[in-house]
Design a protein around this ligand. Structure first.
Ligand SMILES: [Zn+2]
Length: 229
């Protein structure tokens, strides 16, 4: 089990760590600032010492993280290494991820899926196409971003989550469980839901947003795609 520094401090861009497991083209560390792909958010990239991290995935065990390296050599087991994120890319992911929480608040419909890449992000809604008006959604998410609302993580127990099913908005992505507690992201007055991703500290940090596309991806999937303006 690794210490996941991004959970309490998504702004941590670097740390020292020890290599605790070595795989073919991947390593696990005792602590990390690298977010593993999950909850729709892309995995981080960056450097471990002189090695390039091309992607980050969850490992088999709880809270284990696989840092996928460029094919070639891997650091030795037990080695002490310096980690550094591709921070500009991660910060865009954090801005777009937080923007999806605003989109969730702007569109009153069940969410059926979502994805955050470094250049764009989307949510799928179970809603009729004619209820999704591009200009209205764009105006609303920008208004919410400009509200400069501070975001905060809140931890609740699995039992509390079970008693409040409305806190799970993305039907296709169950929040991580099994540790006895689940993390929520609270954007007071705007959105509150279970989410293990990385977010900016204030909605104002997202900047301007544009709705670049609204498209039907199936009967229960009407996809709204956002980009940073
Ligand atoms: Zn989130």
């Amino acid at each position: 089990m690794a210490e996941l520094l991004f959970r309490d401090d998504p702004y941590a861009t670097a740390c020292e760590a020890a290599v605790v497991a070595v795989h073919e083209n991947a390593v696990e560390l005792d602590r990390t600032v690298f977010y593993p792909m999950g909850g729709g958010q892309a995995g981080d990239t960056g450097r471990i010492g002189n090695w390039r991290v091309v992607d980050t995935r969850k490992g088999a065990a709880a809270d284990s993280v696989l840092h996928l390296l460029e094919p070639g050599s891997v650091p030795a087991l037990g080695a002490k290494v310096d980690l550094a994120l591709d921070w500009e890319r991660r910060h865009r992911l954090m801005r777009l991820h937080t923007a999806l929480h605003l989109l969730c608040a702007a569109v009153k419909a069940p969410v059926t899926g979502g994805r955050i890449a470094e250049d764009k992000a989307h949510l799928d809604f179970d809603i009729e196409m004619e209820k999704l008006v591009k200009d209205e959604i764009e105006a609303r998410v920008n208004e919410l971003a400009r509200s400069n609302t501070a975001t905060r993580p809140v931890w609740i127990t699995d039992a509390e989550l079970d008693s409040r099913p409305e806190l799970v908005r993305t039907m296709s992505v169950a929040p991580p469980r099994g540790e006895g507690r689940v993390r929520l992201l609270d954007i007071p007055g705007i959105d509150l839901q279970a989410c293990g991703g990385t977010h900016v500290a204030n909605t104002g940090e997202i900047g301007a947003l544009k709705v670049v596309r609204i498209r039907s991806e199936g009967r229960k999937n009407k996809r709204v795609t956002l980009e940073l303006a």
